[in-house]
Write a protein that binds this ligand. Structure first.
Ligand code: HEC
Length: 486
């Protein structure tokens, strides 16, 4: 620090008063003299002091209002964007853009930003944070919190002139007037502050270092559990064992007879593929079992029904081997798809067939899907080739839609059932598609509408010509090979 005394900065002029009235009248004088950068310090709030000093109403309410309105807009825009535009998601059945649902968040953000506006706006308007006020340099100013009133005129005021202000204040009856100068205490931050700061930073790193070392080292001690009940929750994961239930399974199956909402809207015919009315005449106990199996979701009855179908299949299979013409199947299957067969249903069926059936039966239904190709290539000993959909025994007249549906649902001989994987309506859609697939391989030109005939005929001719060309090329190549060998 230099030895020569630096010219001290003058901040302004202060005057001390002993009563509220003398302060107020001094304020009015100063205000009327045209000073604006003034302030008063009192031990308690004095009514009318801002008017006496000519202080304009604060802009804080406006800051507060703008901040609050910003909050409302941000919250609404955010929710409208998220819920109604970017990620449409129905919550509690409300519309995507549901103003009442957006109000709580909008309200909260309004309050939050308005309070921030009020808090930080007050700081900004008051020039805070300020660690010291030059007024504190005068020991007499301490009585501002006790029994004295102070008036201060800032030196940055346009009209400020040290002598003029001093005279004016003396005129108002103040007995103590003093120039407010810059605090002459050292400006540097004391060394211990740095020390404490450094120590706190170092200490705050200790937990982080502990965690990092634990991540890279091993310990034979048991883990330290802060939240014991969370680490050792009695809840179970899927497929776990528990002693709580007699069957030791943590996963519980449905209570028998439980029917989920939306189930059971279909008729028993549609659920089973069997003409139940006809069955009532011939086999009432089986109808009863079907009701138990499908309407009451009784797994035992379902298993019994599956066995019965298998037994019948076996009899029919043996009979067919003995005398193919007399294939016996006594179940009155539903003859026609209960769903309306249209382009949409066929497209749905095609998609489902491609997903579930084509792996074995092939996209074209001839029975040479990828699984079959693989099984043949490794000579899988127990492999039974999937049936071709294009054999006459599977045509609608011999193999009714209901039976095809039952085959898909329950499986048949070596083929597994798909009721658990394919939805009811999708299974019927597959039935419709299989019918279309069969027709596609066995169609005559009579089925083609008059207007399309010419196009189909020329396409067929093209394919025939192409096949002929290929056959000729193959013949030529074979002949050439023969000649080369000779
Ligand atoms: C895992 C391979 C596989 C899948 C997938 C598969 N099947 Fe089969 N399917 C077979 C086999 C194997 C047979 C022959 C069973 C036998 O004769 O033992 C067969 C037979 C059939 C039969 C003839 C039944 C009879 O009475 O002769 C039909 C119809 C049939 N499947 C339709 C379908 C449909 C529709 C799908 C799609 C939902 C499908 N399959 C999915 C393997 C499969």
């Amino acid at each position: 620090m230099s030895e020569t005394k630096i010219e001290t900065t003058v901040h302004g002029m202060m005057a001390e008063f002993t009563t509220v009235d003398s302060l107020l009248s001094a304020c009015r004088r100063i205000r009327d003299a045209g000073y604006t950068k003034t302030d008063a310090y009192t031990p308690f709030p004095v009514h009318g002091i801002d008017k006496a000093l000519g202080i304009k109403p604060t802009a804080l309410p406006w800051i507060c209002l703008i901040a609050g309105a910003t909050g409302t807009c941000i919250a609404l825009a955010m929710q409208i964007w998220m819920n109604s535009i970017d990620y449409k998601y129905i919550i509690s059945g409300k519309p995507y853009l549901s103003l009442p649902a957006f109000i709580p968040v909008a309200f909260e953000l309004t309050i939050l930003l308005a309070s921030f506006g009020a808090f930080f706006g007050m700081w900004a308007l008051n020039g805070l944070p300020k660690f010291s006020n030059p007024m504190f340099t005068d020991p007499r100013f301490d009585r501002a919190t006790d029994d004295r009133f102070f008036l201060y005129v800032d030196a940055s005021d346009e009209r400020y002139d040290a002598n003029g202000v001093r005279n004016l204040l003396a005129d108002t009856g103040s007995d103590y007037i003093n120039e407010v100068v810059e605090d002459d205490s050292p400006k540097e931050v004391p060394k211990p502050v740095f020390l404490i700061w450094g120590l706190s930073v170092a200490a705050s790193l200790v937990p982080l270092i502990c965690i990092l070392t634990m991540r890279v080292t091993n310990s034979s001690k048991p883990r330290f559990h802060i939240f014991f009940d969370m680490d050792f929750s009695p809840s179970k994961d899927a497929q776990q064992v528990t002693s709580l239930f007699a069957d030791n399974r943590a996963m519980r199956s449905d209570v028998p007879g439980t029917v989920a909402r939306g189930q059971m809207e279909e008729s028993l015919d549609m659920l089973t593929g069997i003409d139940v009315e006809a069955l009532t005449l011939s086999d009432p106990p089986r109808v009863e079992r079907l009701v138990r199996a499908y309407m009451q979701a009784d797994d035992e009855a379902k298993a019994e029904e599956k066995e019965a179908i298998e037994a019948e299949e076996k009899v029919a299979g043996e009979a067919a081997e003995a005398a193919p013409a007399s294939v016996m199947d006594t179940t009155p299957w539903v003859a026609k798809n209960p769903l309306t067969v249209d382009a949409e249903l066929l497209a749905q069926g095609q998609q489902q067939f491609a997903i579930y059936c084509s792996v074995c039966h092939g996209m074209d239904g001839y029975g040479n899907g990828l699984v079959n190709q693989r099984a043949q290539s490794i000579n899988a000993p127990t492999w039974v080739p999937p049936a071709s959909m294009h054999q006459e025994t599977l045509y609608a007249d011999k193999y009714p839609d209901g039976k095809l549906f039952s085959t898909i649902s329950n499986g048949i001989r070596k083929m597994p059932g798909y009721a658990g994987q394919i939805k009811l309506k999708d299974r019927w859609a597959i039935v419709a598609y299989v019918r279309a697939l069969q027709k596609s391989q066995n169609a005559s030109l009579d089925l083609v509408p008059e207007s399309e005939k010419a196009a189909v005929e020329s396409a067929v001719a093209e394919v025939k010509a192409e096949l002929k060309r290929q056959a000729e090329a193959a013949e030529k190549a074979a002949a050439a090979r023969k000649q080369a060998q000779q």
